[in-house]
Write a protein that binds this ligand. Structure first.
Ligand code: BGC
Ligand code: BGC
Length: 641
């Protein structure tokens, strides 16, 4: 195997060396800025030339238009494929839910490879980066393995497990031709009312740093010694730099999907020492570990948009931390820097944004930046620096290498049994027991009757949350996997009668059975509806009345009740705790719901620990500001054996 790769490499080297000789002679005649010759072969790729020289050589041969093309990242439905080559477009992305019509691995691969082959037809043949938010698996793709959202991984506290998940995610992405992931989220949320709380591992900086580093390594290192050039290595994008989890309630000005945002994209109001202490360590670690792409935050710091801050993006991130990869903007993040688009572009590019996730009107961005450079509002050195950084990542990924083969990773890995088993293990280990009266847990598999109630008990969409198939996620059988109910049925003794009613209406079934209510076990699954970003900003995290009523109703029909919470953050349950015998926080476990069931019934122990403080009341939120004692502190979690 290794010998084969070696042979392949040698032949590529020989081929590229020949090609390079041919390239240089043509290229000398091309004067940057002037009409280039119609066809020039692929750029210098000889391996004996140091990468930095190859990049410099390439940049020196690019026209301004080609450079600005590289700095342009377009949403896949907005790009005219025939524009890719002439404009030299640098990247294309799928936003949340941005699936091809044929939402299968084959469909994705065909779409991405189609764009890529257009890019390779460009004058210099510079490949493009295709990016997705595979934030908990390649979860826009139907049938991919959907891992627990990061809040659940935080509860496992296990970097090895998180690294394995990064690896499996990268493999599933690469199988569809995608080598760029907008993950990990390295936010350290200070206010659980934020709709992105579940995207973050913890409210503790150290834990976030440790787990995000593990995830990034998993994405970027296949363990085959090839680093990012490995066919299954994926470029990670720690995000959102900086302070995204520290915004103040009510400071957001966005209104999307008829929802006024409160925290998301708002203003992080704190002094610099606090900003650095809370939010900088994960980035410093990521850069040390080879991060080459970092996403800027929509949010502001003390009133200034991060996208427009030279101090944060250039002085701090690039100069002080030594980040030599590229800063990608967030979705239309540049536009928010100023109400005048031209000013916004000039300010953000000068501040240090290297690639603009435009993502729609790329012609406008290109025209605006071109004019700004021609007017001297953005210096050519800034453009060259941005392009150099982008090309550095593309070279690092081996995208220029002839041996780079988008079909090298088998599509069989997408949603494979092996990856699902890994996800299921993560689910088992993410569960946190908040309450366990009289050793209700683990439940007895041989209870004569097991009642299961709540919409979330039998719903893959609810157990997966946002960023699953759709940007906002969606209830229902949106992808493949197992629900908690299916897991319960598979785990309970064949002789036990498992009854499911979403509304907890079991009277009629029970009337016909001769069983002592004391022998009846009940599982009530209480779930948040899916959300993403500021659409999930919520003033009130108390349990909805309907859920409380459901718990009460089921409790009257059974001897033992356990409540399983499916939520993207701690919910306020202080007053409801006595209504049930046991409470389990299951977070947003993803596609493998059977992992919840097998721990409930004792096939595995409960070991998860809270990675967030769990507040006692809404008045106590945000805990860092009120200083109130949490109901359950970070690190809490009862164990069973
Ligand atoms: C989010 C980013 C995401 C991007 C692309 C933005 O709305 O803030 O986290 O990577 O969209 O989907
Ligand atoms: C994208 C998000 C973006 C949102 C804005 C979605 O389709 O995936 O990243 O923030 O649109 O409306």
């Amino acid at each position: 195997m290794t010998r084969l790769i070696g042979l392949a490499l040698i032949s590529v080297l020989v081929a590229t060396a020949c090609r390079q000789a041919a390239v240089s002679s043509v290229v000398e005649q091309a004067t940057p800025g002037v009409d280039p010759p119609a066809t020039v072969e692929a750029p210098a790729v000889s391996d004996d030339v140091p990468v930095e020289d190859r990049i410099a050589d390439l940049v020196s041969r690019m026209t301004l238009s080609e450079k600005i093309g590289q700095m342009t990242l377009v949403e896949k439905d907005s790009i005219d494929p025939d524009d890719i080559a002439p404009l030299g477009i640098g990247g294309i992305l799928s936003g949340g839910g941005g699936s091809p019509d044929d939402n299968s691995a084959e469909g994705w691969s065909e779409m991405v490879n189609g764009f890529q082959s257009k890019a390779k037809e460009s004058r210099l043949g510079i490949p493009l980066l295709y990016g997705v938010d595979a934030v908990h698996g390649h979860a826009n793709l139907r049938g991919a393995t959907v891992f627990p959202q990061n809040i659940g991984l935080g509860a496992t506290g296990d970097p090895e497990l998180v690294r394995a998940i990064g690896r499996a995610t990268a493999v599933e992405m690469a199988a569809t031709g995608i080598r760029w992931n907008y993950a990990p989220v390295v936010a350290v949320p200070q206010d659980i009312r934020w709709g992105r709380t579940y995207e973050a591992y913890s409210d503790d900086t150290d834990l976030v740093t440790k787990l995000s580093a593990a995830y990034l390594l998993g994405l970027q290192d296949a363990g085959d010694g090839l680093g990012l050039t490995s066919p299954s290595a994926v470029l990670g994008t720690p995000k959102h730099f900086i302070g995204d989890g520290g915004t103040t309630w009510g400071t957001s000005t966005q209104n999307i999907m008829d929802t006024p945002y409160q925290l998301d994209q708002g203003d992080t109001q704190m002094d610099e020492a606090t900003l650095r202490d809370l939010f900088l360590p994960p980035y410093a670690q990521a850069i040390e570990d080879g991060a080459l792409s970092i996403m800027a935050s929509f949010s502001s710091w003390n009133g200034e948009k991060v996208h427009g801050s030279h101090y944060l993006l250039t002085d701090l991130l690039k100069d002080e931390l030594g980040f030599d990869g590229f800063v990608v903007s967030d979705w239309q993040g540049v536009d928010q820097v100023d109400s005048d688009y031209q000013t916004a572009v000039i300010r953000s590019i000068n501040a240090g944004v290297d690639m603009n996730m435009v993502p729609y009107e790329y012609q406008r961005f290109i025209a605006t930046l071109t004019e700004a450079v021609e007017n001297g509002d953005v210096p050519m050195e800034r453009i060259d620096d941005a392009v150099t950084r982008i090309l550095r990542a593309k070279f690092a990924l081996g995208l220029f290498d002839e041996s780079n083969d988008s079909d090298a990773v088998s599509m069989e890995s997408v949603g494979s049994a092996e990856h699902r088993e890994l996800a299921r293990e993560a689910v088992r280990r993410s569960l946190v027991v908040l309450e366990n009266q009289e050793q209700t847990l683990p439940l007895k598999k041989d209870a004569p009757v097991i009642l299961v109630a709540g919409e979330g008990a039998d719903d893959i969409g609810l157990q997966s949350g946002g960023w699953t198939i759709e940007w906002q996620g969606a209830p229902g059988a949106i992808t493949n996997g197992t629900t908690i109910l299916e897991g319960i049925k598979a785990t309970a003794d064949p002789d036990s009668l498992v009854l499911y009613n979403r509304f907890g209406n079991f009277d009629r079934n029970l009337a016909n059975l001769d069983v002592d209510p004391a022998d009846i076990t009940a599982v009530v699954v209480v779930a948040e509806q899916p959300y993403a970003e500021g659409v999930g900003d919520r003033a009130d995290l108390t349990l909805p009345e309907a859920d409380v009523a459901l718990i009460e109703k089921v409790a009257t029909q059974s001897g033992r009740v356990v409540v399983v919470l499916l939520s993207g953050r701690p919910l306020i349950i202080t007053e409801q705790l006595p209504l049930a015998d046991a409470w389990v926080a299951a977070w947003l476990p993803g596609s493998e719901g059977d992992g919840v069931a097998e721990v409930l019934f004792g096939e595995y122990p409960f070991t998860g620990k809270l990675s967030y403080d769990w507040p006692a009341s809404m008045q106590d939120v945000p805990l860092p500001d009120t200083g109130a004692d949490p109901l359950f502190p970070r690190g809490y979690g009862l164990t069973t054996n």
